[in-house]
Write a protein that binds this ligand. Sequence first.
Ligand SMILES: NC(=O)c1ccc[n+]([C@@H]2O[C@H](COP(=O)([O-])OP(=O)(O)OC[C@H]3O[C@@H](n4cnc5c(N)ncnc54)[C@H](OP(=O)(O)O)[C@@H]3O)[C@@H](O)[C@H]2O)c1
Length: 311
Amino acid sequence: MIDDAVRLAGRTAMRLARGIPVVGSRFGAPPQLDLDGRVVFVTGAARGLGAEISRQAHARGARVALVGRSLEPLEDLAAELGDGAAAFEADVTDAAALRRAADGAVAAFGGIDVVVANAGIAPPSETVATIDPDEFERTIEVDLLGQWRTVRAALPAVIERRGHIALVGSIYAFFNGVLAAPYAVSKAGVEQLSRTLRVELAQHGVTAGIAYLGFIDTDLTGDAFDDQHAAAIRSAAPGFITRTMSVESAAAAVLSGVERRAAQVTAPAWVGPLLAARTLTTAVMDDVLIHSPRVNEAIQGAESAATKPDP
Ligand SMILES: NC(=O)c1ccc[n+]([C@@H]2O[C@H](COP(=O)([O-])OP(=O)(O)OC[C@H]3O[C@@H](n4cnc5c(N)ncnc54)[C@H](OP(=O)(O)O)[C@@H]3O)[C@@H](O)[C@H]2O)c1
């Protein structure tokens, strides 16, 4: 019993030591992945976080494959970045299109070192009882299955380069998904996907990780926060949680995770402690939400809007 506790403490200490920049490799951390000269394949690269990750990766010397569902904004970004950037059209709900994009990136740049599965959408702020079933399933199609299809399409190339897979998750991987169930379900699934990939690909020298990001100043958040029911939920949460971070800092966090081949990245700073104490924080959070008058009003508002007859 004591032996087991000592072994567990030792393993935990080693894991923490591996996370320390620079000296972590002395404790068995995978070698750093310098982005200079690497090929980075980013989905949802047309705007928001994906565009900023692409810009910052390119600025660090990477060649970037910009993947998205319409070519024009991707070509504009490729033109802005210049040499070492190319656009590929693929909707993440289309596995064959993603395979074509991955093949195109390999043909253009010789391989793929890093995949950033980023494309995502926010569902309408509805309850599980009121959401249009097609909207629920479409969110999972893009936010969860889109990431799995992206990984699968690029995997042979990433294995060949012993690269890294970065899945863009969210605090919703462990936060309560009230009025955003399909999004939270997807991000919880993405978390499992990243952990599974990390173990399954270790023997190929490939690493995988997830970014648990708080709210970012992008269109996705703007649209979600504009909804009156989502705004009511937002007003019930402590301000530090719903304050948006800049897209620049979120992208920098994702890329620092790529360079460290980290299993987890958290941003902003408060996310890490809440994640580490998730057994406690999730229990408290769910209880607070159940007893919050503002949250209950938002749920009732969503339900009564759904049952109101058309004028
Ligand atoms: N914003 C936040 O607060 C926040 C917080 C945590 C995590 N995240 C995650 O960060 C990622 C990026 O979100 P964002 O905030 O940058 O959102 P955004 O500004 O709305 O950008 C989303 C991007 O994904 C693309 N996309 C959407 N559906 C697609 C599909 N079916 N196939 C291919 N591309 C598709 C969009 O393409 P179009 O331009 O063609 O629409 C757009 O380029 C998402 O995974 C999101 O869950 C965001």
